[in-house]
Design a protein around this ligand. Structure first.
Ligand code: MN
Ligand code: MN
Length: 213
């Protein structure tokens, strides 16, 4: 019911021609294979919630919404694919999510509707300008940013000692994680140099994990 109400509020506000709800496994196998820590700290679905998920398809479909359940890709990936497809077809997409990983989708004709739990206000509209304002980088670099900064909620440690400011600074200077790693040996700060040189392989995996399929 909570989800239905959140979605209904956004429908009233934006009047989309179609609504798709995306479901998938909590942690895609390919992501866990890249890094065993990915989503490893996530709690199990509570017993009382599991049957609600099981019944939710019919409930949501009764509103005329499309439910897309994927058995190997995560909901993130499916949402991103729909948004990309709609924009490529000349339409506009709103990606409603509580997951900031999805900031990577923001571009012309794709806006993230970022839902914060609590507060009771509607979702925030996050486009490319808002991503730049919040992270200091372009949306396309969000996976590089996540790899460097880390993401505790996803079990990704990031580069040792690197927070959001340094991650954004490095990306603005070099343009991509790969370019940062190529130049790492010339980094003047010894701790940062060591974190980048020694962390190289893991950091590339984190970027791959954070990149939507
Ligand atoms: Mn995610
Ligand atoms: Mn996440």
């Amino acid at each position: 019911l909570g989800t239905a109400n959140l979605v209904l509020r956004e429908i009233e506000e934006h009047e989309p021609r179609a609504v798709v709800l995306c479901f998938g496994p909590d942690a895609a196998d390919y992501r866990v294979e890249l890094f065993a820590g990915y989503h490893s700290e996530r709690p199990e679905v509570p017993d009382r919630l599991a049957p609600l998920f099981a019944d939710s398809r019919a409930f949501f479909e009764a509103f005329g919404w499309v439910v897309h359940e994927h058995n190997s890709l995560e909901a993130d990936d499916v949402l991103g694919a729909y948004a990309r497809g709609e924009a490529a077809a000349g339409g506009k997409a709103l990606v409603m999510t509580g997951d900031r990983d999805m900031y990577q989708c923001a571009k012309e004709n794709v806006t993230v509707l970022y839902v914060k739990t609590g507060g009771g206000k509607g979702a925030e509209e996050v486009g490319p300008a808002e991503v730049r304002e919040r992270y200091g980088i372009d949306p396309a670099l969000v996976p590089d940013f996540i790899a460097l900064r880390g993401d505790p909620s996803d079990g990704l440690p990031g580069a040792k000692g690197v927070g959001p400011k340094t991650a954004a600074e490095l990306l603005r200077q070099h343009g991509s994680l790969e370019a940062i790693l190529d130049a790492a040996i010339r980094e003047r700060r010894p701790a940062l140099r060591a974190a980048l040189v020694e962390g190289k392989e893991d950091l590339l995996k984190f970027k791959d994990i954070a990149t939507l399929r």
